[in-house]
Design a protein around this ligand. Sequence first.
Ligand code: NAP
Ligand code: ZN
Ligand code: ZN
Length: 347
Amino acid sequence: MTTVKAYAAQNNASGLAPWSITRRDLKPHDVDIEILYCGVCHTDIHFAHNDWGMTMYPVVPGHEIVGRVTGVGSHVKKFKAGDIAGIGCLVDSCRECDNCKDDLEQYCTGGAIFSYNGMERDGSGITYGGYSKQISCHEDFVLHISDKQPLEAVAPLLCAGITTYSPLRHWKVSKGQKVGILGLGGLGHMGVKLAVSMGAEVTMLSHTASKAADAKRLGAHKFVLTSDEEQVKTVANHFDFILDTVSAEHDYNFYLAMLKTNGNMVCVGIPPPAPPVAVFNLVFQRRSLGGSLIGGIAETQEMLDYCAEHNIVSDVEVIAMKDINTAYERMLKGDVRYRFVIDMATL
Ligand code: NAP
Ligand code: ZN
Ligand code: ZN
């Protein structure tokens, strides 16, 4: 076992502070990674604050991990020391259920193991995430990272990238379709870039007027300020597909009314309170409301390769580890353009 520096929340009001964790000895299929950068996802805030009532404290968040391989187990074939590698939200799954066999490990019915706040399958305890110096993971859950793109800007692809890529692919977003991306934050800005790259006509739906210019710069064809009645009228019965990335309570019915007949609205944002949905809004135009969780390992690699090929990365603000609590406060105020990434050299 190795003792490793980390940052943890000890309870829902403690904020994040230095802590130390132990990482396991290398197993035959393990890859050891020195973490270079870790993105800050709003899910990290939900867990640190116990918004979803499922946090096991102390929690070490972080699931947008990019680093350098420092060692590999005797059976590892896919990686060698010195490689640049990534770990996202998943570190293990049962590998036997239908979903695991279909490359949908995130929906593993035997229980997907998440990078933090998960229980290791071998009973060794709770998983700790990327706000730390080092991590060990089975090679099957480690991703190859191109060395042609800036690593700090690639890190957020491991969650924000795949969480938006997967539903856009599953619902077959393509050229000619009208797509609304709701919420311009970490997920939203990746959603805009990816949907534009797939040929869709993309509208940014935001409650922050000052983000209009950025939305255009990111590639959005149109910007609708959701508090402006006149602007909202222009997108009534308009979209084939809406991707909802909003992290806070909001009215789903308001956005469902923006879907065309047969349109789909897919939630990836997970606000803590359960939302009331008026079924009328679905029934009368045969609309669908769905949800989507990150993506499987094969699809995550496909997304990373796609982003490398299309030169897509995240817009990031690199921070020092000690500034994580300020970063959380700023994210809760919507003051992030558009992903904080921790430089782990500062830990
Ligand atoms: P983020 O960077 O903080 O962005 C959230 C955005 O939501 C904000 O930028 C803001 O956009 C909008 N928003 C915030 N408060 C709002 C309000 N009161 N009313 C309307 N809009 C509001 O967060 P993120 O990292 O993208 O994560 C977003 C959500 O996705 C979180 O709930 C997170 O847990 C979840 N998530 C889910 C998955 C999954 O697999 N399904 C994966 C990762 C994250 P505007 O200023 O443009 O309105
Ligand atoms: Zn995330
Ligand atoms: Zn499974």
